[in-house]
Ligand binder design. Structure first.
Ligand code: AMP
Ligand code: ZN
Length: 113
């Protein structure tokens, strides 16, 4: 997907501050951080959103989820964190490549805005 900004980050066409990567996923700093730690965890594969997941993605996404606590630990989030997947228009998703916001380093509030 040449017009997808996160695919371009995956392909190295746009620079990012990568904090973790393996053959299937990458995690990089959000350019507009909403917390002291704000990282986006994404599959290298282009999946537009949670609404676009198919059965073939189940194992990939299981492995992605199992990496989250490892990335959080690497980033010093021993006291907890929040994982968010904005989805669709009401969810205020602005980039149509599945991503999980990993936020931490401060006490979160609830409900979210
Ligand atoms: P969302 O609104 O949930 O789709 O989140 C998209 C996120 O991507 C926002 O928090 C943006 O700040 C972030 N973002 C967009 N472009 C870049 C980029 N080139 N590098 C890092 N973060 C980005
Ligand atoms: Zn993409």
């Amino acid at each position: 997907m040449s017009d997808c900004i996160f695919c371009r980050i995956v392909n190295g066409e746009i620079p990012s501050e990568t904090v973790y990567e393996d053959e299937e996923i990458i995690a990089f700093n959000d350019m507009q951080p909403q917390a002291p730690v704000h990282v986006l965890v994404i599959p290298r594969k282009h999946i537009a959103s949670l609404d676009d997941i198919t059965e073939t993605d189940e194992e990939l996404l299981g492995r992605l989820m199992s990496k989250v606590h490892i990335i959080a630990e690497m980033l010093g989030l021993a006291n907890g964190y929040r994982l968010v997947a904005n989805t669709g228009e009401d969810g205020l998703q602005t980039v149509r490549h599945l991503h999980f916001h990993l936020l931490g380093g401060r006490k979160m509030s609830w409900p979210p805005g």
